[in-house]
Design a protein around this ligand. Structure first.
Ligand SMILES: [Ca+2]
Length: 546
């Protein structure tokens, strides 16, 4: 299988002479040796050295809060260490989540499957161990593996050689961790008396220093809890940005023609727009302030707390990079920085994630590996987190095992290793499918699905609760009226103008709806369990589009 050989060769560091002919000869033999030894012993051959893989993921760290993404916040230089990965590696500009909330995104990354296939559509379901494809196959490819930090998938991360994980959301200060031990999961615990970002990094550095199988490359999933709400920063950043007035997004106070047309506004807010839950309440803003003052105070407190927490993440990315430099492993390690999804920092007066809007949908994704990836490059291909699993497997030379996955473990995404190298396959997907399954939970977001291509986005808010299990008071939640939204991202990047009531876009609506229909069929998400949802999708048409 020449294709497989080529893929494995991509990430094999060959210890050979510089003569071109010899390189080709040895490369081919090294690839064969890698595959053969993996087949026989589960390890890599003596004549090759696979790269280490350091996968760093934070929680809710939107690209808006990362300097190299160039948002209104970039002037604050909030993430110099994370930005280094972009300047010395590749930055993905259009990496999107398929379900913008913590547990489902993590389940998709580990399984390479959409939420409805891996069974984790909401915060409630555990990810079956049989679908922990990333750690299982990467270990099989000869890596020593570890999962350290926020896990949030309920079941024991038993397929990793080593784990130390936060229970559920975990605590910001003096966190307790679940560890492997003599008692049944999750009864073995330990506590570290530090801020969680510092504590998680301490544990990772200790594991890197003391790991048992140093002859093997490592695969480390290092997951920060930060900057998830309630945005509790390390004490050293209590006064960061104290005297700064941080710019607001233009859409915080002027929501333009964004959102459902002529209908109720949804979503928890920065301002007091949402009376049930808004950030001013969380930030203890004086409830007697007038509306303008209230919004100002709420936003400034919110954004500063978020960025102070981000700063602690960035410090610790710096510690990891410094360790790799000190041990001479920096250039032998594929270093990835991402977050489990995006987040709204006041855009359209929204907080939190869940939405299919740009700031929530987009995942930051940076990767540094100068041996293969051009430094300082930007890739604009449309990539989805269902593609992460096959990508990690290819990076580890574990892609050869994909064919052996059982039908219920089959991967739905594609590796973007070639894209990172600057060679986008001609048949690479031109759109990304999205579905937020929960309905009006926690932050008042109606359930929706949609498609995002290079220029347009179409969203159908079907507004049905499908299952009462995801939220303690779900029985109290009502269905909401279905509606559509459509944006021209190319000409309206801030999604200020919902085109769904513009008859000039009737043909575009039909075209995008057909694309969405096809995307749902391709993903196998056609609501056979919920025929009323599919019927709404097929029959609800905005007046201007008829
Ligand atoms: Ca999250």
């Amino acid at each position: 299988m020449p294709f497989k050989i080529a893929l494995s060769h991509c990430f094999t560091d060959l210890h050979i002479s510089s003569a071109a002919g010899a390189v080709l000869f040895f490369a081919l033999n090294a690839c064969l040796a890698t595959i053969a030894s993996a087949d026989q012993s589960g390890g890599s051959g003596d004549d090759v050295k696979k790269p280490n893989i350091l996968y760093i993921m934070s929680d809710d760290h939107t690209s808006t809060g990362i300097g190299c993404y160039g948002s209104r916040l970039a002037y604050l230089d909030p993430t110099p260490n994370i930005d280094r990965l972009a300047s010395e590696g590749v930055r993905l500009a259009n990496c999107f989540c398929t379900n913008s909330i913590c547990t489902p995104s993590r389940a998709t990354i580990l399984s390479g499957q959409y939420s409805h296939v891996n069974g984790v559509t909401t915060l409630i379901q555990p990810l079956d161990v049989g679908k922990h494809t990333v750690p299982r196959l990467i270990k099989r490819a000869g890596y020593e593996t570890a999962m350290i930090g926020k896990w949030h998938l309920k079941v024991e991360p038993e397929l990793f050689d080593f784990y130390t994980v936060l229970p559920g959301q975990g605590w910001y200060h003096n966190p307790e961790f679940r560890i492997r031990g003599n008692k049944p999961w999750p009864q073995n615990t330990m506590r570290v008396h530090k801020h969680s970002s510092d504590a998680i990094t301490d544990i990772s550095l200790k594991w890197l220093n003391n790991r048992k199988e140093k002859e093997k490359p490592f695969f480390l999933m290092h997951h920060f809890k930060a900057p998830h709400d309630d945005f509790e920063n390390a004490e050293r950043y209590d006064f960061l940005y104290q005297n700064e007035t941080i710019p607001e997004p233009d859409s915080l106070r002027n929501r333009g023609h964004h959102g459902p047309v002529n209908r109720e506004s949804y979503g928890t807010s920065v301002s007091n727009r949402n009376k049930r839950r808004n950030m001013g309440m969380h930030m203890f803003v004086d409830q007697t302030l007038d509306d303008e003052q209230y919004t100002t105070e709420s936003y400034q407190r919110y954004i500063k707390k978020f960025l102070r927490t981000v700063k602690g993440v960035d410090d610790n990315v710096g510690r990891l990079l410094a360790h790799l430099e000190k041990t001479g492993e920096l250039d032998n390690t594929i270093i990835i920085y991402t977050a489990d999804q995006g987040f709204m920092l006041g855009e359209h007066d929204y907080i939190d994630k869940r939405w299919m809007y740009e700031e929530s949908l987009r995942m930051p994704f940076l990767v540094r590996y100068p041996k293969r990836f051009k430094t300082g490059s930007v890739n604009k291909d449309i990539i989805n987190n269902v593609d992460f699993c096959p990508t990690l497997l290819e990076m580890a030379g574990a892609d050869e095992f994909i064919e052996e996955l059982s039908p219920d473990q089959a991967l739905q995404g594609r590796s973007f290793v070639s894209n990172l190298s600057g060679n986008t396959p001609e048949d690479w997907p031109k759109s990304s499918y999205y579905r937020y399954w929960m309905h009006m939970a926690h932050h008042d977001n109606p359930a929706h699905f949609g498609i995002r291509n290079e220029q347009f986005k179409l969203i159908f808010f079907y507004g049905r609760k499908l299952d009462d299990s995801w939220f303690y008071n779900a029985k109290l939640v009502s269905n909401t009226e279905p509606f559509w939204e459509m944006y021209d991202i190319k000409n309206d990047p801030n999604e200020m103008n919902n085109l769904i009531d513009d008859p000039a876009y009737a043909e575009k609506f039909k075209e995008l709806k057909a694309d969405l229909y096809e995307a749902r069929v391709k993903a196998g998400d056609t609501d056979q369990k919920y025929p009323d949802v599919q019927k709404l999708f097929e029959t609800v048409t905005p007046a201007a589009m008829k």
